[in-house]
Design a protein around this ligand. Structure first.
Ligand SMILES: [Fe+2]
Ligand SMILES: [Fe+2]
Length: 270
C-alpha cells in the first residue's frame, strides 16, 4: 500500500446506502473485484457550519480526479444541526465518486445523530456501522469509536455506574466494528473511525486529554482481523501516522493534520 495523490479520473457507481438493520453480508457496489490499485481518499473533521454552505464544493470537485472513493471520518458537522448536515449534503452533490462515512462526537451534540445520518444517506453517502461496504473488491468497516485511553492506562470498567457506562460505550462500538469486520471476506479491508485506536496519532495533543481522544480497545478488535489500514479523525492537533501492536498502519486524517500530499485529505493507494 502506498500513499499519494494521483491524477487519473474515474467515476465508479454511486455508493449504495446500507441499512442499519441486523448484520448482513457487506453491500458490494461492483459485480466483480477490480484487480488494479484503488485510490482511497480519507478526511475527517469537516465541521460543516450553519453559514458555511459551499465551503467544501471545490474540495469535493477536486476529489473526483484524485480518488476512487472517499472515506469521511466523523465530525462531519459542527453541532449536529439539521442545517449543517443539509449544507454538507448540498456540497456533496459535487462529489461524483462513492463515499462511506462514520459520525463523530460533534454530530451528536444536538441529540439527533440519526437525522444527520439520514440526510447524508439521502445525499448518497454510505453510513457505516454494523454493516460493512465493498467497493472495487475492498471492504470498508467503520464506527465512531469512543474514548477510554491507551495501553496500560486505559480506563477499566470498575466502580461507579458512570465509569462502567463510559467504558461500555467503547466496548459497544468495538462489538459493532467486529460484526462489520466479520462480514467482510475481502483480501483488503479499510477501517474508518472517528476516535483513535492508538496513542501514536494523538501525540501533539495535550497528554491530559489523550483518554478522550481514543481507546486501545478499538485496536484490539482491529488486530484480530487482517485489516489493511485504519483512518480516523478527532485529534485535530495529533500526528498523521501510527500503527497498532500488530503493525496495522493508522492514519489521523483530521482536516487540520498535515498529510504527506500537502492536502487536507489523505490518499491511500491500496
Ligand atoms: Fe473534530
Ligand atoms: Fe471529534
Amino acid at each position: 500500500m502506498q500513499e499519494s495523490a494521483v491524477k487519473a479520473a474515474k467515476k465508479p457507481a454511486p455508493a449504495r446506502p446500507v441499512s442499519q438493520a441486523a448484520p448482513q453480508p457487506a453491500a458490494n457496489d461492483e459485480a466483480a473485484p477490480d484487480k488494479g490499485v484503488v485510490r482511497i481518499a480519507a478526511l475527517g473533521d469537516l465541521h460543516m457550519k450553519e453559514h458555511a454552505a459551499g465551503y467544501y464544493k471545490e474540495l469535493f470537485t477536486e476529489l473526483n480526479d484524485t480518488a476512487d472513493i472517499l472515506c469521511l471520518c466523523g465530525d462531519l458537522t459542527d453541532f449536529g444541526k439539521t442545517i449543517e448536515a443539509e449544507n454538507l449534503a448540498e456540497d456533496l452533490r459535487h462529489l461524483k465518486i462513492p463515499s462511506v462515512a462514520v459520525l463523530g462526537n460533534h454530530d451528536y451534540e444536538c441529540g439527533q445523530p440519526e437525522e444527520v445520518s439520514r440526510i447524508l444517506h439521502q445525499a448518497g453517502v454510505c453510513m457505516l456501522g454494523e454493516n460493512a461496504h465493498i467497493h472495487k473488491g475492498i471492504g470498508f468497516a467503520g464506527v465512531k469509536g469512543f474514548g477510554g485511553g491507551f495501553g496500560r492506562r486505559m480506563l477499566g470498567a470498575f466502580g461507579e455506574p458512570m465509569t462502567k457506562a463510559f467504558v461500555k460505550e467503547c466496548m459497544d462500538e468495538c462489538n459493532k466494528l467486529e460484526i462489520a469486520l466479520r462480514s467482510l471476506h475481502t483480501e483488503k479491508k479499510i477501517v474508518l473511525l472517528h476516535y483513535s485506536p492508538v496513542e501514536d496519532t494523538v501525540v501533539g495533543e495535550p497528554e491530559q486529554i489523550y483518554a478522550y481522544l481514543g481507546c486501545s480497545r478499538l485496536a484490539e478488535t482491529i488486530d484480530r482481523y487482517e485489516v489493511t489500514a485504519v483512518v480516523h479523525g478527532h485529534a485535530h492537533r495529533g500526528s498523521y501516522r501510527g500503527k497498532t501492536t500488530k503493525g496495522i498502519p493508522v492514519f489521523n486524517v483530521a482536516a487540520g493534520i498535515e498529510k504527506d500530499n500537502g492536502k487536507q485529505y489523505a490518499v491511500l493507494e491500496v
